[in-house]
Design a protein around this ligand. Structure first.
Ligand code: AHR
Length: 508
């Protein structure tokens, strides 16, 4: 049995939680858009062809921003192809995913759909095959109220009011050799700075994200951030981080501690940004947009899914359709814990992706939609982490991993909403074979009432939800809670994630 102890004290603030931390990502990749959110022939489709059942699941998931339209896809994308009458839109090759893009769903359709599901559009510009001019034209088309040819074109395309998009990504993963238009940090930094300055001249209200590293394992990691921010520090608001995790060589203990890697990644990028701030004598604090994160069985994609051949460019092929297990969901819950524990600097993040493609929601063409295991920790965290992230001062037993060194067996995050006195605790037991008993010191919160407590765990840690067994894995009530004066104890089985939701009445 491992043990851990943490404290809930509203005075120990990490920072306010920005709703943009619970963003997601829709890329024109595989069946994320076509046969995912959009399937005109489906019995549950609306008049525009978007599936109502998927919309409902997305609302339940509780997402904020949605990054669009890529991803690697954006680095070869001409946005003009995706506006205007659908019947005139060209079919194009998508070199990133070796597919055909029909442009049936474009900027207008996606933006309207997103308004309906209640999300904020975060748009990426193509800095792979294109540059500053095209980024400016897209911004003008989207955000200029009236008075120019592009604003007029938008109005003619039945959108009089501007889209008024605030969050803009300056390209995607430009450090990655796989990226179309991949550049050195120096070249990208100059291009991003020039593009950012020009975009701000057009619309000073926008927020800009410079590309950071595609993973902390990139050979250029660290130096990339230093050089790019050396060029762009004054021009952008965020540097991005991307990270995907998977079990390697069956090493479950290391995989369960993936959030230790995310913690270090965020701390390193923050340190680099703050170094640039010091060198420049700047007063500005640059934040992180962790705009791609998830579990992704990338090895399987490389070996099984990858499409090749000059005569083989399918429309909406099944790509990156990972089926997630209980272990994967525990890791996803822990990655959210890591983001919350960095709420002072991670003010935007996107779970990659939303539907079918490494996604919490799956669909079958002409058939049902369902929740993957990873849906549950995301939904519960997003819907209950409000107000302030608290520093829990967690003390836990530890274990050794080959990938991340010695790590805590139990990890935790806590939130407190001063507006209504609610608090939440998110917990994970990373042990593969031991239960953990966790003591939560609630004495600083005054009177405390447990409102709800749920856990995601299963005797079969590799259980998953599939088309034939869509409800195999679901949240369960957390029954091991014991309330004491000034504390709560919880015992979690091995490989478990849990959320404890509280109401508090501060002492007079
Ligand atoms: O999310 C899948 C892909 O992962 C994205 O297109 C790319 O940005 C990243 O490498």
């Amino acid at each position: 049995m491992a043990t851990a102890r943490l404290t809930l004290d509203p005075r120990r603030r990490i920072g306010p939680i920005n709703r943009r931390m619970f963003g997601s990502f829709v890329e024109h990749l595989g069946r994320c858009v076509y046969d995912g959110i959009y399937e005109p022939g489906h019995e549950d489709a609306d008049a525009a062809g978007f599936r109502n059942d998927v919309k409902e699941l997305i609302k339940e998931l509780g997402i904020s921003t949605v990054r669009y339209p890529g991803g690697n896809f954006v680095s070869g994308f001409k946005w003009e192809d995706s506006v205007g009458p659908v019947e005139h839109r060209p079919k194009r090759l998508d070199l990133a995913w070796h597919s055909t893009e029909t442009n049936e769903v474009g900027l207008h359709e996606f933006a309207s759909w997103l308004e309906e599901v209640g999300g904020e559009l975060m748009l990426a510009v193509n800095l792979g095959t294109r540059g500053t001019q095209e980024a400016l034209e897209l911004l003008e088309y989207c955000n200029l109220p009236f008075g120019t040819a592009l604003a007029q074109e938008r109005a003619l395309n039945r959108r009089d009011k501007p889209f008024d998009i605030k969050m803009w990504c300056l390209g995607n993963e430009m450090d990655g050799p796989w990226q179309i238009g991949h550049r050195s940090a120096d070249d990208y930094g100059k291009l991003a700075s020039q593009t950012a300055k020009a975009m701000r001249q057009l619309d000073p209200s926008i927020e800009l994200v410079a590309c950071g590293s595609s993973s902390a394992d990139m050979p250029t990691f660290g130096e990339w951030e230093r050089v790019v921010l050396g060029h762009t520090y004054d021009d952008v608001d965020y540097i991005s981080c991307h990270a995907y995790y998977e079990i390697k060589d069956g090493d479950l203990g290391s995989f369960l501690a993936s959030a230790a890697n995310m913690d270090r990644f965020i701390d390193s990028v923050t340190a680099t940004a703050d170094h640039i701030r010091a060198v420049r004598g700047s007063n500005k604090t640059l934040n992180i947009s962790f705009d791609e994160w998830n579990v992704w069985y990338n090895e399987r994609f490389e070996k099984v899914d990858k499409i090749t051949g000059i005569d083989n460019w399918p429309i909406a092929p099944r790509l990156l359709e990972d089926t997630y297990t209980v272990v994967d969901a525990v890791v996803v819950g822990n990655l959210l814990i890591s983001l919350l524990n960095h709420a002072d600097r991670v003010t935007s993040a996107s779970l990659a992706q939303l539907v079918n493609v490494i996604a919490p929601i799956m669909t079958e063409p002409g058939g049902p939609s369902w929740k993957q295991t990873t849906f549950f920790p995301f939904a519960l965290t997003s819907n209950n982490a409000h107000g302030l992230a608290l520093d829990t001062g967690i003390e836990s037993d530890t274990y050794d991993t080959s990938a991340h060194g010695t790590v805590r067996t139990v990890d935790a995050a806590a939130t407190y909403n001063p507006e209504d006195g609610t608090a939440s605790v998110f917990l994970v037991n990373r042990s593969t074979d031991q239960p953990s008993t966790i003591t939560i010191d609630t004495g600083h919160l005054g009177e405390v009432r447990i409102v709800d407590a749920r856990t995601l765990t299963d005797p079969d840690v590799y259980a998953s939800n599939t088309l034939s067994q869509r409800d195999r894995v679901r949240l369960q009530p957390l029954e091991s809670l014991e309330e004491h004066k000034g504390s709560i104890t919880v015992t979690l089985p091995p490989v478990a994630w849990a959320a404890v939701l509280l109401e508090t009445t501060p002492r007079p």
